[in-house]
Structure formats: structure tokens, C-alpha cells
Ligand binder design. Structure first.
Ligand code: COI
Length: 366
């Protein structure tokens, strides 16, 4: 861990949301639609480093139209959740892993590093200021989604790393990511689009990867599917990940398999946590290449009994169907999650929400 250099002091307070308004949002938060009253900002300047750290009222940012991010997409982000436990204390899950990934993403996008202590300090400052927005997590999966991001705010049209960068943190109450809740989702395999390629930005959490997934997402919706699943760009043969989450397959013999990190897959914190939890749940985790053909054949033969997607936003979401141009296979029960996906989801949520003991030191108090 590192020493903090920034002090996120509150420079402007607002009481935008009334208590009744906030209660209504918290009762049915959905995902990513409403934001808390404040946000964090900091600015980095070449030669000076980070400064101007503050907590201020949530609201529009002022950007020059020539701000580099609007042209060349020099931007990265993270996603975490804050959970209110039964005793009222508020915790987040493995934020050091997000801080480390933020640093790796920054390196890939030629953005400045932020110290882990400053990253964590920003989370604490915002959660402390907007503490009333953290939902009760003693039942269900409600949380306050934390979205840190960093972008090239310098007004300059030349293509080079920006000399001025803005860090911002916003927060949004979150229920389940998919509108259908815990119902199994269906996946579409795009013939036309890849998400990332060898040597590209696939392993970085940058906005551009998500922009690249959207055309495939439209294709998925046109075929009645919820998400697209991307194959490796070289051979179009191996499963990589979904538009915004990682994927696991459950085998009848207890193996729990996820695509190995190929350099173009996002290294999900939920993904790596599930790989660790698996052993406690009598599952045998494996990271390796999984061909589309293996999924198809395994689902048909019954060797693959379940599939699920995972991510901070999605937690664990069962996958019921895999669809491509000309065919489809089904995995697991169709109306609800399979046994293994449900067990993993509960095990993970129980730790995050304080319903069970955190024996791994995964939680950090905010
Ligand atoms: C997350 O799971 O936190 C993500 O960043 C995925 C995004 C599609 C919401």
C-alpha cells in the first residue's frame, strides 16, 4: 500500500435529493440511473502531478469541445460497490484489486498513475459525504455502485498523451444489473465484431472497449438476446467475455471453467474471487481456453450443466441460452438460476453484505 498525497475536502455541499426522493430511489434502484448528491474531482497536470482534490456537488462538468477525450477516447474507469452491513457500517470489496487494475489501465492508456491510498481516499470521502445513499444490504443485493474514472481533459487536438487529466468519482444506488433480475440471460455470438485484439486494449478497463461492444449488443438485441459474447479475434474460435462481464461454465463433474486471461480479456475482480471461492464449494476451478464448439457440444451432451456471467455490476447472472446465426444451445434451468450459480452468488453476496464472516480479508471499511 502507498501513502496518500491528496486530501479530498468538501468544497460545495448540496442537499439535492429530499429524504422521500432518496427513499424511493433506494427502494427500487435499478442500475446506473440516479446519482448521489456529490462527486469527487481531482486534476493532474504534467510536471505538477495530482492536485485540486475535492468533493463537490454532483452536476455537469465543464469541458472544452476540444478536450482530447472527446476525440481520442483517452479514458479509463472502475466499478466497485459499497454495502451497508447490519450494524450500519459501510464496506467495499477488494478495492486494492480495483486500484491495481486502475493503475494497469492508466498505464495502457498513457494516463497518469494514481496512488492506491488516494484512490481509496476518494472512495471514503464520497461515501462519507453521501452516506445516506448507501442502501441496507442485510437482505438482497442492494449497494451503492462506485464509479471512478479518469480522462484526458486537455483542450488539444494533437494525438499524444494529454498534459491535463481529470479524475472523477460518482456513485449510484444499484439493485440488479439486468431488468429481468435473476432470470437467466441469453447470449448472442456475433459473426461480425470483435471486442479486442492481440496487443490492443482488451485487458484495460477503458471506455473504448465498451464502445466497441455496442454494435454487437445491437445485433444481440435484434436476435432477442441480452448480451453478446465475444470470441478471440485471431481465430474466432475461443470464448473471451461478454460485453461487460466475464463468463464461467459448470461441468457435471464439478469443474468450474472460465477463459484464461489471454491479454485481451478483462481481469474481473468477481472472476478471480469466484475462482478462489470455488474450492470451498467443492468445485474445481480451471482457467483455460474454451472453444465455442466445446460449449455447444458440452451443452448438448449434458456435460456442461450451467453457465453464468459475473462482474461487479452483474454479480452472478445465469446464462440460459447461447445463440448464433443458425443455431442455439440451452444450458441450465431456463426459468431460474442453476444450483451452482445460485450457490456461488449467495456465497459471494454473503461475504460482501456481511451476512457471513470475511475470512479472506476481502472487505475494507469505508
Ligand atoms: C462492472 O461490472 O462494474 C462493470 O464495469 C461493467 C459495466 C458493464 C457496468
Amino acid at each position: 500500500s502507498t501513502s496518500s498525497t491528496l486530501s479530498f475536502t468538501v468544497t460545495e455541499r448540496t442537499d439535492r435529493a429530499s429524504e422521500a426522493d432518496r427513499a424511493a430511489v433506494l427502494a427500487n434502484p435499478g442500475f446506473g440511473q440516479r446519482f448521489t448528491d456529490h462527486m469527487v474531482l481531482a486534476t493532474w497536470r504534467k510536471g505538477e502531478g495530482w492536485g485540486d482534490a475535492r468533493v463537490t456537488a454532483y452536476g455537469p462538468l465543464q469541458l472544452e469541445p476540444s478536450a482530447a477525450v472527446l476525440h481520442y477516447a483517452q479514458e479509463i474507469f472502475e466499478g466497485m460497490k459499497a454495502y451497508r452491513h447490519a450494524d450500519g457500517s459501510v464496506w467495499t470489496f477488494r478495492p486494492e484489486a480495483n486500484a491495481a487494475r486502475f493503475a494497469r489501465s492508466a498505464h495502457r492508456l498513457a494516463l497518469p498513475a494514481m496512488e492506491e491510498a488516494d484512490f481509496l481516499g476518494s472512495l471514503r470521502a464520497l461515501v462519507e459525504t453521501d452516506i445516506d445513499w448507501v442502501p441496507d444490504a442485510t437482505t438482497g443485493e442492494s449497494s451503492l455502485y462506485l464509479r471512478p474514472f479518469m480522462f484526458a481533459s486537455e483542450a488539444f487536438l494533437g494525438v499524444r498523451p494529454a498534459n491535463e487529466v481529470t479524475y472523477c468519482l460518482i456513485a449510484s444506488p444499484a439493485g440488479s444489473y439486468f431488468a429481468s433480475g435473476l432470470k437467466p440471460v441469453s447470449l448472442w455470438i456475433s459473426e461480425h465484431y470483435s471486442r479486442a485484439g492481440v496487443g490492443g486494449t482488451g485487458a484495460a478497463k477503458c471506455g473504448g472497449n465498451y464502445a466497441a461492444s455496442l454494435a454487437a449488443q445491437i445485433e444481440a438485441a435484434e436476435h432477442g438476446c441480452d448480451q453478446s459474447v465475444f470470441l478471440d479475434s485471431l481465430e474466432q474460435k475461443y470464448i473471451e467475455e461478454l460485453g461487460g462481464m466475464n463468463v464461467f461454465l459448470v461441468y457435471r463433474d464439478g469443474r468450474l471453467v472460465t477463459p484464461e486471461l489471454s491479454g485481451s480479456i478483462l481481469e474481473g475482480v468477481t472472476r478471480s474471487s469466484i475462482l478462489e471461492l470455488a474450492k470451498d464449494l467443492d468445485l474445481e476451478p480451471e482457467e483455460r481456453r474454451i472453444s465455442l464448439e466445446e460449449w455447444r457440444a458440452g451443452a448438448e451432451s449434458g456435460e456442461i450443466t450451467e453457465a453464468f456471467a459475473c462482474g461487479t455490476a452483474a454479480v452472478v447472472t445465469p446464462v440460459g441460452r447461447l445463440v448464433w446465426n443458425g443455431g442455439e444451445v440451452r444450458t441450465g434451468p431456463q426459468g431460474e438460476g442453476g444450483e451452482v450459480a445460485t450457490k456461488i452468488r449467495e456465497a459471494l453476496l454473503d461475504i460482501q453484505t456481511g451476512r457471513t464472516e470475511d475470512t479472506r480479508g476481502w472487505l475494507t471499511r469505508l
